[in-house]
Design a protein around this ligand. Structure first.
Ligand SMILES: O=C(O)CCC(=O)C(=O)O
Ligand SMILES: [Fe+2]
Length: 421
C-alpha cells in the first residue's frame, strides 16, 4: 500500500487554491458544485475567486485559509482514528462521487420533500446517506468492534457457528472467522432479536429464530445492552425510511410496516476486515491494482443500514458502470436496498452492486441487515397490492425465498452449509 497515491480531504482543499487562477476550472467547479448541492451539504466550492486574486485582502484571506488547512491537517494526523482515511486511496476519479443525503430530522417538518428524495435516490442510485438517526454513540460502537474482535481466539471460538465448531449449537447467529483462501477477508459477530423459545408458531429448527449467543462481559462495558439498544434504534430508523419511501410512492405511509411487524429476522453484524498485508491471493486482486476484502455483490436482504465510521474502502457501481467511492460521512449511515426489495418493486428501486477494498489497515464496519419476518409477504407486484391496480400480486414468504437465494442460488459459503428444516 505504501507506494499508492495518498489523497485526502485536506489535499483536495489545497488543490482548489492552487488551481484558482484558472477560470475554466472555476466554471467547471461551479457547475460541479451546482450538481453537488443537490446531493450533499459538504461545500467543496473553490475558496478563491480568480478575478480578484491580486487584491491584498484576497491574499490575506488566502493565507488564513491556507494556515487553517495546515492546522486542520496537523490535527487530523495526530488523531489516531482519523489517520485511517489518510492512508487509504481514493483515486482522482472516485473522489468526487457523492451520495444523496436524506435527513430524518428534516423529514419531521417537510415529509413530502424528503419522501421525494428517498424515492429519487432508490430509483436512480440505490444508495444514500441517512442523517440524524439519534441515540447511537459511534465511539461506543467502535469500542464494541474493537473489544469484541480483540477478544482471545478461544472466546470468539466459543461463539462460532456449528459449521466451524461442531460442539456449538448455533448454526446461524454468532461468530464467523476469516476463511483462508477466500477473497472475502473478514470476521464477524451477528445477532438478532430473540423471540420466545417456546413459541409454538415457529417451526422447530427454523434457524432464523435461533437465540443469539453473546460473549461474557467483564462488567466494565455493556456490550450486549448497547448493541441490543442500537438494534431497536436502527429498526425504527429503517421503518422511518420505508414510510418516507411509501409517501414518495404515493401509497399509504404504513404500506411496508406489516412485513416487519411480526418477528423480523434482521441480522445486526459487527465486522472486522484485517488487511491482506502484502499477501493477497490472486482472486482478491482486481483491476487497477486494487485488492478486495469483499467481492462485488448486491445485498440479498430488504434494506441495509451500514455504518463505516471514517473508513474508505466501500465502492459502489454507478448506473454508468463506473466503480465509485462515496466519501465516508461519520455520524451518518450509508443505506442501500437489497434484491428482495428491488424485486418487490419490479426493479423500480435499485439493488446496487458494491464491494469493499483493502485499505491497508484494520477496517471495521457495522451493517444492520433489515429483514422481514419469516412469513412476511415479499410477493412481486407489491405496488398492485398497495394501490389495488396493476398486475396480480401473489403472496410469497420471505424466509423460504431467502434460503433459496443464499443457499442454493448465490451459494454463499456461510449459508450453503445451513441445515434444512
Ligand atoms: O463494510 C462495508 O463497507 C460494506 C459491507 C457490505 O457490503 C456487506 O456486508 O454486505
Ligand atoms: Fe453489501
Amino acid at each position: 500500500m505504501g507506494s499508492k497515491k495518498v489523497r485526502n480531504y485536506s489535499n483536495k482543499g489545497v488543490k482548489n487554491i492552487e488551481n484558482a487562477d484558472s477560470s475554466k476550472t472555476l466554471k467547471s467547479q461551479q457547475m460541479k458544485k451546482q450538481r453537488q448541492d443537490n446531493y450533499t451539504k459538504i461545500d467543496k466550492s473553490p475558496v478563491t475567486n480568480p478575478d480578484s486574486s491580486n487584491s491584498s485582502v484576497h491574499k490575506t484571506f488566502l493565507f488564513v485559509v491556507l494556515a487553517l488547512l495546515v492546522a486542520t491537517t496537523a490535527v487530523i494526523l495526530t488523531n489516531d482514528n482519523l489517520k485511517h482515511f489518510m492512508i487509504s486511496e481514493i483515486s482522482e476519479e472516485t473522489a468526487e462521487f457523492r451520495l444523496p443525503i436524506i435527513d430524518l430530522d428534516k423529514a419531521k417538518v417537510d415529509q413530502q420533500a424528503v419522501a421525494a428524495q428517498v424515492v429519487d435516490a432508490l430509483e436512480n442510485i440505490g444508495f444514500l446517506y441517512v442523517d440524524n438517526i439519534h441515540g447511537i454513540d459511534f465511539d461506543k460502537l467502535m469500542e464494541c468492534c474493537k473489544w469484541f474482535f480483540g477478544q482471545p481466539k478461544e472466546v470468539k471460538e466459543s461463539l462460532m457457528r456449528k459449521h466451524w465448531k461442531p460442539e456449538n449449537q448455533n448454526v446461524y447467529r454468532g461468530y464467523f472467522p476469516v476463511v483462508e483462501g477466500d477473497p472475502s477477508r473478514k470476521e464477524g459477530f451477528e445477532f438478532g432479536r430473540d423471540i420466545d423459545p417456546n413459541d409454538p408458531t415457529v417451526q422447530p429448527g427454523n434457524w432464523f429464530y435461533e437465540p443469539s449467543v453473546w460473549p461474557k462481559e467483564n462488567g466494565s462495558f455493556p456490550f450486549k445492552e448497547l448493541l441490543q439498544n442500537y438494534y431497536e434504534i436502527l429498526h425504527n430508523a429503517s421503518l422511518d425510511v420505508l414510510r418516507l419511501a411509501a409517501v414518495g410512492l404515493g401509497i399509504d405511509e404504513h404500506s411496508f410496516d406489516p412485513i416487519f411487524a411480526d418477528r423480523p429476522v434482521t441480522t445486526f453484524r459487527l465486522m472486522h476486515y484485517p488487511p491482506w498485508n502484502d499477501a493477497p491471493p490472486a482472486n482478491a486482486k482486481i483491476e487497477d491494482g486494487k485488492i478486495i476484502t469483499t467481492p462485488e455483490h448486491s445485498d440479498s436482504n430488504f434494506l441495509t443500514m451500514l455504518y463505516t465510521f471514517h473508513y474508505t474502502g466501500l465502492e459502489v457501481l454507478t448506473a454508468e458502470g463506473k466503480w465509485s467511492a462515496p466519501e465516508p460521512r461519520p455520524g451518518s449511515f450509508v443505506m442501500n436496498i437489497g434484491d428482495v426489495f428491488s424485486r418487490m418493486m419490479g426493479g423500480r428501486f435499485k439493488a446496487t452492486r458494491h464491494r469493499v477494498l483493502d485499505i491497508g489497515v484494520d477496517r471495521y464496519s457495522v451493517p444492520f441487515f433489515f429483514e422481514p419476518s419469516y412469513d412476511g409477504d415479499i410477493g412481486v407486484n407489491f405496488m398492485s397490492l398497495a394501490t389495488g391496480q396493476g398486475p396480480e400480486h401473489k403472496v410469497e414468504k420471505y424466509g423460504p425465498w431467502m434460503i433459496q437465494q443464499v443457499k442454493y442460488i448465490k451459494k454463499y459459503f456461510e449459508y450453503k452449509v445451513l441445515p434444512e428444516f
